[in-house]
Design a protein around this ligand. Structure first.
Ligand code: 5AD
Ligand code: SF4
Length: 465
């Protein structure tokens, strides 16, 4: 079926839901939606929220609503536990409010054991779907409105990308745009390839068209999103590199800033580094997950680079773009990680000069190769390493972030702080800056002097509006 035809059908289901809801009550129904996980999930959550609003629902902050929707994540076990906690709480609300519809979707729902548990222990959940049929939400929800039976619809795979579904965004001036879905890397600890499926890239024309429309609607900063953007376009009928896509995006008039994530070190090309260095719009910020500094552990993780290659890459990037801000993801406690391996991780943190690093404790995900590895690291050793890593990451982060002290940077103003008359925005390096200013500057670019570095953020003052 053509993508437009599918979108057309789903738009009709939105209308059908709207009619049904209008018939069943004179009061405007409410919905509550929550997002777990990555920025790609956030975009899908925003789309579901936009669809619910089109159906006639009003968004509310509390779980005591006519419909409660969760977009789930399963990268680490604690996100799963959080969902079960929420469901327990919802059970008591639903006892008082039996018509409430509970909807679960996203990555966690692609796991067989999760769906079986929901089928057996959480019968009051109304609708469950996964990551491959999110575009079917209006149709599935229409069925949900007509029955009290639990509806579960999980697809194993899909090679279809449906374009043009309704969407909304948190900020009028910046947003994320997915350029690809899924992942083919199979890092041995990671569940993403199993729950998000094989890598699929959107056609460059569809991406450009979406960004042009966003820019016409007031957006000036976009974040191109994918699990591994550096392998964008390889599976398209006419292959395109990510750098080529960036060059096309750069041409869009009115667009001021381009960001992207996530980059896999093994695929980061010289072409991309050069494109970034020559661009006037691509922000000087790169998120480059390290995971571990030990070449032995990296091999076990199936990351396909080693410590030396990673550090060489960092040097190459810094040479081409001297003011680049590097951020990363690091994991401790991967099976078999020794103190020596961990020391290698600390060594990379000392050498790579990250502005920020997101640190994680390894979480065993069933079905991944690492889950079957025998030498799991004892919990107390993991906790001890995690706290030592955090201390170093924070110390280095403070040191590196302070390199802009006293400079004047262009800031995109994002919010007014709780304290009235003070604003918050970001430099192209993704550093947060607080400064006095009026609310009407939100969404605008101003030049700010970065006066005092407070660790991970700055206090400054406007020098030019
Ligand atoms: N355990 C802990 N952290 C993980 N990540 C991915 N899988 C796991 C896991 N099983 C982390 C990686 C990745 C980030 C998005 O989440 O560091 O880069
Ligand atoms: Fe997971 Fe590795 Fe793919 Fe990232 S690149 S999503 S860590 S398999």
């Amino acid at each position: 079926m053509s993508q437009n035809k599918e979108t057309e059908i789903q738009l009709q289901y939105i209308e059908k839901c709207k009619e049904l809801l209008a018939k069943s009550s004179t009061k405007r129904p409410t919905f509550h939606i929550q997002n777990e996980g990555c920025q790609m999930n956030s975009i899908q959550t925003e789309s579901i929220a936009a669809i619910m609003e089109k159906m006639g629902y009003e968004m509310v902050d509390t779980e005591d609503a006519d419909a409660v929707v969760f977009n789930t994540c399963t990268v680490r076990e604690n996100a799963n536990q959080k969902i079960y906690g929420h469901l327990g709480h919802l059970k008591s609300i639903k006892r008082e409010h039996p018509d409430m519809k509970i909807v679960l979707f996203g990555c966690m729902m692609q796991e067989h054991h999760v769906v079986e548990k929901i089928r057996k222990d959480y019968k009051y959940v109304n609708l469950v779907f996964g990551t491959h049929n999110i575009h079917k939400f209006p149709e599935l929800f229409y069925r949900t409105l007509q029955t009290d039976d639990q509806i579960i619809d999980i697809w194993k795979e899909s090679d279809e990308i449906v374009e043009g579904m309704p969407t909304s965004r948190k900020y009028s001036f910046k947003t994320g745009v997915s350029v690809m879905f899924g992942c083919n890397n199979f890092c041995s600890y990671c569940i993403v390839p199993y729950v998000r499926g094989r890598e699929k890239s959107r056609e460059p024309q569809a991406i450009i068209r979406e960004i042009e429309e966003l820019v016409a609607d007031g957006v000036t900063e976009i974040m191109l999103l994918g699990q591994n953007v550096n392998s964008y376009g390889k599976t398209l009928e006419t292959p395109v590199t990510f750098a080529e896509l960036l060059k096309e995006v750069e041409k869009i008039e009115g667009l001021k800033r381009i960001r992207f994530m996530t980059s896999h070190p093994k695929d980061l090309s010289d072409e991309l580094i050069q494109t970034m260095a020559e661009s006037r719009k691509i922000c000087h910020h790169l998120h480059l997950p390290l995971q571990s500094g030990s070449s032995r552990v990296l091999k076990e993780m199936n990351r396909r680079y080693d410590k030396e290659k990673y550090l060489e890459l960092v040097n190459k990037i810094r040479k081409a773009i001297p003011d680049i801000s590097l951020t990363t993801d690091i994991m401790v406690g991967f099976p078999g990680e020794t103190e020596e391996d961990f020391q290698e991780t600390l060594d990379v943190v000392r050498k790579a000069n990250y502005d920020t690093a997101f640190t994680f404790i390894y979480s065993k995900r069933s079905g991944t190769p690492a889950a079957g590895m025998e030498n799991q690291v004892p919990e107390d050793a993991v906790k001890d390493r995690f706290s030592r890593l955090l201390t170093l990451v924070q110390e280095k982060g403070r040191e590196n972030s302070s390199r802009f002290q006293g400079s004047v940077q262009e800031i995109l103003v994002e919010d007014e702080n709780r304290e009235k008359g003070t604003l918050t925005g970001r430099t192209q390096h993704n550093l947060l800056v607080h400064f006095p200013g009026e609310k009407d500057l939100i969404g605008k670019y101003v030049k700010v002097s970065l006066d005092t570095c407070k660790g991970f953020y700055y206090f400054g003052h406007i020098v030019e509006e």
